[in-house]
Unconditional design. Structure first.
Length: 291
């Protein structure tokens, strides 16, 4: 089966990371639609099932240590899918399903860079972080020999963001502290394929709620509502609304987000990377600082 086709370069509207303005402590972008929109839209949602919001059965990463999911997995009893919107300690990330092929392609079919990219995606989805880092690094190396121009730059930006995402996910691992929550905030700001971006946003919600960043989580949940209108069943939309309401009941504030956290600016620099060294210069200081 086809893994996925990369999306086209994001438009100006799409380029804004979900709720990235909410990175300021206690701050956050005004959420749209209003909180009542999720429940109101639920009545008109089509029957596409969990095509975008439910983790696939085939992708399952190790849950955080010390959680019930981790204990179940150690006994071989963990379920095939983990509910990323469930209450409680953070669950592990799993890519949301979706028809990514419909999104278009940045890496043209048939090139060596495409083969490497698809291999890197497969490795990422199975938590083979070191392999994925090596593969996406090689993808960038191959792209350096392509003719210079906008098309090559788009491919490099896409591969660089995937490399950054894998580095952040490896560093976050199974942790459930403020450090891992921060790494997920940056990871979900990257412009990845839709199914991976949605999965990262949902996992970032879980991990940030766990450390008290409820305003950030509500902003991301509202972004998910906006993306899910017409694509998700009523019960999923209702659960998203319930999670937004829960964040508000718990104060709607951020307990551990620096006022100078600028995810969008960081992402824009990552997209300019053309080599593993370029990406590491942006990612490693972030990982080292998030302690």
């Amino acid at each position: 089966s086809k893994l996925l086709s990369p999306p086209p370069p994001p438009t100006a509207a799409a380029a804004s990371s979900p709720g990235s303005a909410a990175a300021a402590a206690g701050g956050g972008a005004t959420r749209s639609p209003p909180r009542s929109a999720a429940a109101g839209a639920a009545a008109g949602v089509g029957g596409l099932g969990a095509s975008r919001l439910s983790p696939p059965q085939a992708v399952k990463l190790a849950p955080p240590s010390g959680t019930a999911a981790a204990a179940a997995e150690s006994k071989g009893t963990a379920g095939a899918g983990i509910d990323l919107l469930a209450a409680g300690p953070p669950a592990a990330p799993a890519a949301a399903t979706g028809n990514a092929a419909a999104e278009g392609a940045v890496l043209a079919t048939g090139g060596d860079s495409t083969t490497l990219y698809l291999n890197g995606v497969s490795e990422m989805e199975t938590a083979r972080w070191d392999d994925a880092i090596a593969t996406f690094s090689q993808t960038l190396q191959v792209l350096m020999s392509d003719p210079p121009g906008p098309a090559t730059q788009q491919k490099q930006a896409f591969a660089a963001q995937y490399l950054a995402a894998v580095m952040l996910l490896k560093a976050a691992g199974a942790g459930a502290t403020a450090k891992e929550a921060k790494l997920y905030r940056y990871a979900c700001g990257l412009q990845l394929d839709d199914r991976h971006r949605l999965a990262l946003v949902k996992e970032s919600v879980v991990r940030n709620k766990h450390v008290g960043n409820f305003r950030y989580a509500a902003d991301q949940l509202t972004w998910l509502v906006t993306r899910s209108l017409g694509n998700a069943p009523m019960d999923v939309m209702a659960r998203l609304q319930e999670d937004i309401d829960e964040c508000d009941r718990k104060g709607g504030r951020n307990a551990d987000i620096d006022a100078d956290e600028k995810v969008d600016e960081w992402v824009s620099i990552v997209t300019a990377g053309v080599s593993r060294q370029d990406v590491e210069e942006m990612v490693l200081p972030l990982i080292q600082a998030a302690v």
